[in-house]
Ligand binder design. Structure first.
Ligand SMILES: [Mn+2]
Length: 407
């Protein structure tokens, strides 16, 4: 049996106000064909299908078009869980309809744990695999604030709540142990021992929401994780993996290769795990250096053979540049067929004087909501603990707001 594991598509994402529709279209077409070619049996998507709780219409269409195309291949079952970026209600709304095509969606934690344990059946209605589909667990799913609780107490309770949830699901899977079929879990969370990148927005601050790889129940033959964008094994264990995202979500991730995982089972035993590289449909380039170095790098940047223009972010180690120097950078980018998305002066003294911001071409629309909030916090010079609490509450409010908008 062949199982494919992917995650963190972030459909609808924008990078410096540029949408990624073309890249996502190219990826989804390529991926669906690949699934057909491999003759995969089950596809698992481990959360963060969409970049936010209110995805644009084109992103919804991409998602449904992909599901339709893929379920007509050899892959007769698709399992999807919600990530922290997804709205539970957006994912769950078509859930009943999709389940009649063997596409199972668990957008948010279920009150009845058994609803997160999916029996995958063949045409003869025999169970061929179990997928424990555990979505991103929100605070309200696992923890109720107790007044007077310290930050540390709260952290431990959240962590224990996540562990308990996984263990309860593990218990429910025990009855299938004798069937000699793969018992797989999929989840969307941060596990200790894994490496993060800059663009992974943390819903939990500090160590909140992290669990150790050893705390997953031992019953699972493979654990398909989402949340981190870099493809990796967890704590050296071959059977616990992040597939990573199919494309770089920020310029800081542009150095990684992207993959999906193909896991081959013989009954309950994994016979092979292969990482299959995903082509980069658009090249992202991050250039760092002083003015002279940047000019040199821009002149030598190869014209991309990709279908789509290369996007560039420049981090300039200068405190200021003249309009003519700025002009030169823009001209050089154009000559090399590069699309300059962002030019940042790294040595500039941070000031929230709006005139300065205008000077440096940085406008509010270049920043996301959380960055603006963080910058505001740092101006207020709170101590770490107060700041963590504020950021946490702010993020909870953002999720709540997204969900309200999607009700
Ligand atoms: Mn995530």
């Amino acid at each position: 049996m062949k199982i494919i594991h992917t995650s963190d598509w972030h459909l609808g994402q924008r990078l410096f106000d540029h949408h990624r529709k073309e890249e996502n279209d190219l990826f989804l077409d390529w991926f669906s064909e690949k699934i057909n070619e491999i003759k995969a049996d089950i596809l698992i998507i481990s959360g963060d299908i969409f970049d936010n709780g209110n995805p644009p219409q084109y992103a919804l269409k991409q998602y449904y078009d992909f599901l339709k195309k893929t379920i007509l291949t050899s892959c007769k079952c698709i399992v999807i869980i919600g990530g922290n970026h997804d709205s539970v209600s957006v994912l769950n709304a078509p859930g009943d309809l999709l389940s009649s095509f063997q596409i199972f969606v668990v957008g948010g934690a279920e009150l009845e744990f058994c609803r997160e344990v999916l029996e995958i059946k063949n045409n003869e209605k025999e169970i061929i695999a179990i997928v424990a589909a555990i979505p991103f667990l929100r605070d309200r799913d696992i923890h109720y604030t107790i007044s007077g609780e310290s930050f540390l107490e709260r952290e431990n309770r959240v962590k224990q709540g996540i562990i308990n949830h996984y263990q309860n699901i593990g218990e429910l899977c025990k009855k299938y142990e004798d069937l000699q079929i793969p018992i797989i879990a999929t989840g969307h969370l941060f596990t200790t021992g894994a490496i993060k990148s800059e663009s992974e927005k943390e819903i939990y601050v500090g160590n909140l929401g992290q669990i150790d790889a050893n705390e997953f129940p031992k019953i699972f033959d493979y654990i398909a994780l989402g949340h981190l964008h870099r493809s990796q094994k967890v704590a050296g264990k071959d059977y616990i993996r992040y597939s990573g995202s199919p494309l770089s979500m920020s310029f800081s991730e542009s150095g990684y290769k992207h993959y999906f995982n193909l896991i081959t089972f013989d009954n309950k035993t994994i016979t092979n795990i292969e990482r299959i590289e995903i082509p980069k449909f658009r090249k992202l380039v991050l250039l760092k250096g002083n003015l002279a170095e940047i000019i040199e790098k821009l002149s030598s940047e190869q014209i991309s053979e990709n279908k789509l223009h290369t996007w560039v972010e420049i981090q300039l180690n200068e405190s200021q540049i003249s309009p003519s120097e700025r002009e030169k950078i823009i001209d050089l980018s154009e000559e090399s067929n590069l699309e300059l998305l962002s030019l940042r002066l790294m040595n500039r003294k941070l000031s929230w004087d709006s005139e300065n911001e205008m000077d440096n071409n940085l406008s509010l629309s270049d920043l996301d909501i959380e960055t603006v909030f963080m910058k505001k916090c740092s101006l207020m010079k709170f101590n770490d603990e107060v700041q963590s609490e504020l950021v946490r509450s702010f993020k909870e409010l953002l999720i709540w707001k997204n969900e309200q908008e999607n009700l």
